[in-house]
Design a protein around this ligand. Structure first.
Ligand SMILES: Cc1cc2nc3c(=O)[nH]c(=O)nc-3n(C[C@H](O)[C@H](O)[C@H](O)COP(=O)(O)OP(=O)(O)OC[C@H]3O[C@@H](n4cnc5c(N)ncnc54)[C@H](O)[C@@H]3O)c2cc1C
Length: 293
C-alpha cells in the first residue's frame, strides 16, 4: 500500500476555538497546588479552573492570555497548555486542569533573569483569580473514537508532557468498560521527585498497565550516560516490541522538543533487531501522534 493510502485511526470530531481572542472565556482558579518544587522558583503546579462552559476533550489544549501588556504595549500572545483532565462531557470529570512548569531563564553571562509571562502568572495564581482562556485547541492529539478505543497504547512523556496522558489514563481505566488492551506509560524526567502524578499512576491496578520511568540524572544507560525515555527499550524489549509492532497500537508522545529524535532512534533500533528496516519508524507514522514544545 502506498504511504498516502495508509489509514490513520478515526478521531472524534472536536470543537476548536469556540473561545477566541475576541471572545474569550474568563475562568476562575479553583485550586493551585505544587506537584514538584526544588528551591523557590523551580516548580510545577496543578491548576484547576472553573471553565465548565468550554467543551473539550482530553488531549486538547487551551490558550491562556496573560493579563497586562507586552513591551510594545499590546496584549500578550496566547500560550497553549495541554489539558490534564478528562473530557468535559464525561461524568465525574474534574474541572479543567493544567499542569504548568514555571519558565525562568537565566542569562549566565549577564546574570539577567527572564520570567516567562504566562507560566509565572499561572503558577502564582490564587483561588478566585481570573484566567482569560481561548480554545479548545488541537484536533490530532486525541484518543480514537469510542468504537475504536480498544487498542494497545504507548504513551511517552517528558516533563509536563505527562499532562494529556493523565486524562487519557483516566478515560481508559476508569471510563471505558472492559478495557483490557495493554497500555505503556514511559515517563522521562530528571529526578524521581519530578515524576508528576506518580502516586496516581501507581494506583492503577490493571494487569495490562505498564509504567516505566526514565530518570536522566539518577539512572545510567548501558553506555554509562544519562538515561532517557528512549533507553527504556534496553530494559523491556520483550514487552515493548510486541506492542510497538502491533499495527493496531497507537504511540503518543508529548513533551520537550527534541524527545522525538530519541524515541525514533529507540524504535528503529528495536525494529532493526527484529529484522525490520532501519526506517521502520517512518513506516508507522500513521499511528504516531506527537505534541512537542
Ligand atoms: C501544544 C502545547 C502544549 C503545551 N502544554 C504545556 C503544558 O502542559 N505545561 C507547560 O508548562 N507548558 C506547556 N506548553 C508550553 C507553554 O505554552 C509556554 O510556552 C510556556 O509555559 C512558556 O510560556 P511563558 O509565557 O511562561 O514564557 P514566555 O514569556 O513565552 O518566554 C518563553 C521563554 O523565554 C524566556 N525568556 C523570555 N524573555 C527572554 C529574553 N529576553 N531572553 C532570554 N530568554 C527569555 C522565558 O524565561 C521562558 O523560558 C505547551 C506548548 C504547546 C505549544
Amino acid at each position: 500500500m502506498a504511504e498516502t493510502e495508509v489509514q490513520e485511526f478515526a478521531r472524534p470530531t472536536v470543537e476548536v476555538n469556540t473561545y477566541k481572542k475576541a471572545n474569550t472565556l474568563k475562568a476562575k482558579v479553583l485550586e493551585n497546588r505544587i506537584l514538584f518544587r526544588d528551591g523557590d522558583e523551580n516548580d510545577v503546579r496543578h491548576i484547576v479552573l472553573d471553565a465548565k462552559e468550554m467543551n473539550y476533550l482530553d488531549g486538547q489544549s487551551v490558550g491562556v492570555i496573560p493579563p497586562g501588556l507586552n513591551e510594545k504595549g499590546n496584549p500578550h500572545a496566547v500560550r497553549l497548555y495541554s489539558i490534564a483532565s478528562l473530557a468535559s462531557r464525561m461524568p465525574h470529570s474534574e474541572n479543567l486542569t493544567l499542569c504548568v512548569k514555571r519558565a525562568i531563564t537565566k542569562d549566565e553571562a549577564t546574570g539577567q533573569v527572564y520570567r516567562g509571562v504566562a507560566s509565572n502568572f499561572l503558577c502564582d495564581s490564587k483561588p478566585g483569580d481570573e484566567v482569560t482562556l481561548t480554545g479548545p485547541a488541537g484536533r490530532k492529539f486525541l484518543l480514537p473514537v469510542e468504537s475504536e478505543i480498544h487498542r494497545p497504547y504507548i504513551f511517552i512523556a517528558t516533563g509536563t508532557g505527562i499532562a494529556p496522558f493523565r486524562g487519557f489514563l483516566q478515560r481508559l481505566f476508569k471510563h471505558t468498560p472492559n478495557f483490557h488492551s495493554p497500555v505503556f506509560l514511559l515517563f522521562g524526567v530528571k529526578t524521581r521527585a519530578e515524576l508528576l502524578y506518580d502516586e496516581e499512576f501507581r494506583a492503577y491496578q490493571h494487569s495490562n498497565f505498564f509504567y516505566f520511568q526514565a530518570l536522566s540524572r539518577e539512572m545510567k544507560n548501558k553506555a554509562g550516560g544519562r538515561y532517557y525515555v528512549g533507553d527504556i527499550k534496553h530494559d523491556h524489549p520483550g514487552k515493548l516490541w510486541p506492542v510497538i509492532s502491533d499495527e493496531r497500537a497507537i504511540i503518543y508522545m508529548c513533551g520537550l522538543k527534541g524527545m522525538e529524535e530519541g524515541v525514533r532512534n529507540a524504535i528503529n533500533t528495536l525494529a532493526e533487531h527484529h529484522g525490520k528496516g532501519a526506517n521502520y519508524y517512518e513506516s508507522i507514522g500513521h499511528r504516531i501522534v506527537e505534541e512537542v514544545y
